[in-house]
Ligand binder design. Structure first.
Ligand SMILES: NC(=O)c1ccc[n+]([C@@H]2O[C@H](COP(=O)([O-])OP(=O)(O)OC[C@H]3O[C@@H](n4cnc5c(N)ncnc54)[C@H](O)[C@@H]3O)[C@@H](O)[C@H]2O)c1
Length: 358
């Protein structure tokens, strides 16, 4: 088992293993005696034997419906109700056992119930292992406003067993891969090259490859969170691919997955970087090659650039009318800018959408 220490407002460990660690020893190490589990139906059905190993510590389990639709106030309040009924108090730790949806809701509940009780994450999707379980963002959706209500709340620990991702379907696995490619392309050249050199093993979910990419991503995310826990500046670099990606998700009423939208966003934003003379074309080509290898899409069908621009202007990360972009300037590096004129953005996105190279 490997460990990463995150020194945020609360200092905590990320444990990374491949199924050879006794989880009850992790509870003991963190002085946890009583737990309340929050999970979803898929994870519960596939991995309930994991919970058997700590059954004497569990005082209640809440199993929610899988998927984004569960990130709503009704589900949050139904969990508060269960916590009260089971007598959950400050001595209980909430264990979020699932993907980003379970993690975000559990984090919010833990941060607000009794003004805050302990929380630990056991992420089970690739995306939650490399991204959402680290950094303390919690929240849920209201109407069609995504993550509009939320808190920052750091866990006691994050326990990652990469074997969990072996039961993920292909689409969810690729969602996580898109985020890992993102970390490599704008934060860490070594990780990007590793993905290029080991793409087959990564595609086949070989354990040593999974351990490496999850470890590197968690380390990068932990590092950025230490520098900018409240997401006021440096952490925005993780938004690479998301400015355009979120707009694509909204424009298609979330019919395409987050990972696919981020892949298309990375393509379009990197194309803008090339046209701004920030990024050399040979680096851009390497990104495109990798996105294609994993079968992720490059261009959204049937969306025009003006619609994307309108949606991008509504991005939470903008503080002025200008759109904020994270533009790579070489592999492992990026700049954050609001300086690109809207007319130019529209022209470049139009070109990227029409480009028939792929
Ligand atoms: N807090 C943050 O910093 C942060 C960052 C990124 C994303 N998010 C949020 O994360 C959410 C997306 O997370 P996600 O991609 O993990 O999706 P998810 O939690 O919806 O999980 C995706 C699907 O995989 C299933 N699943 C989970 N683990 C499984 C396993 N081991 N085997 C088989 N199936 C499994 C789930 O039941 C679900 O159907 C979004 O709501 C997003 O807003 C939060």
């Amino acid at each position: 088992m490997r460990e990463i220490k995150v020194k945020a407002s609360r200092e905590y460990n990320i444990y990374i293993t491949s199924g050879n660690t006794n989880f009850s020893s992790i509870l003991e190490r963190n002085k946890i005696k009583k737990c309340f589990i929050i999970t979803d139906e898929n994870v519960y059905n596939l991995h309930k034997e994991f919970l058997n190993s700590i059954k004497d510590n569990i005082i209640g389990i809440k199993v929610i419906k899988p998927g984004e639709d569960s990130k709503n106030p009704e589900v949050v309040f139904s969990i508060y109700k269960d916590l009260i009924e089971k007598g959950v108090n400050k001595k209980t730790t909430i264990l979020a056992f699932g993907g980003g949806v379970v993690g975000d809701i559990s984090g919010f509940v833990a941060s607000t119930y009794m003004r805050g009780i302990n929380l630990a994450h056991i992420p089970t999707t690739l995306l939650s292992q490399c991204d959402s379980s680290i950094g303390g963002k919690t929240g849920f959706n209201y109407g069609n406003l995504k993550n509009i209500i939320g808190t920052f709340y750091q866990p006691l620990f994050v326990y990652i067993d990469v074997n969990f991702v072996k039961t993920l379907n292909e689409k969810e696995y690729k969602n996580g891969l898109a985020e890992i490619i993102k970390y490599g392309f704008v934060c860490n050249e070594g990780l990007f090259s590793y993905i290029e050199e080991n793409k087959k093993g990564i595609e086949e979910r070989e354990v040593d490859k999974l351990l490496h990419i999850v470890w590197e991503s968690a380390r990068i995310k932990g590092d950025i969170v230490e520098k900018d826990e409240l997401d006021s500046e440096i952490r925005h670099v993780l938004n690479f691919g998301h400015t355009v990606g979120h707009a694509i998700e909204s424009a298609t009423d979330f019919r395409i997955s987050h990972g696919e939208a981020v892949a298309m966003g990375m393509n379009i934003e990197s194309y803008i970087a090339v046209k701004q003379d920030l990024l050399e074309e040979r680096y851009y080509d390497r990104l495109i090659k990798l996105i294609r290898y994993f079968g992720l899409p490059l261009i959204p069908e049937g969306i025009d650039s003006n619609k994307l621009i309108d949606l991008m202007k509504k991005d939470k990360k903008n503080v002025t009318n200008n759109i904020k972009f994270v533009l790579p300037n070489k592999i492992g590096h990026a700049i954050i800018t609001t300086e690109i004129k809207q007319g130019l953005i529209s022209q470049r996105i139009g070109e990227a959408l029409r480009r028939q190279l792929w």
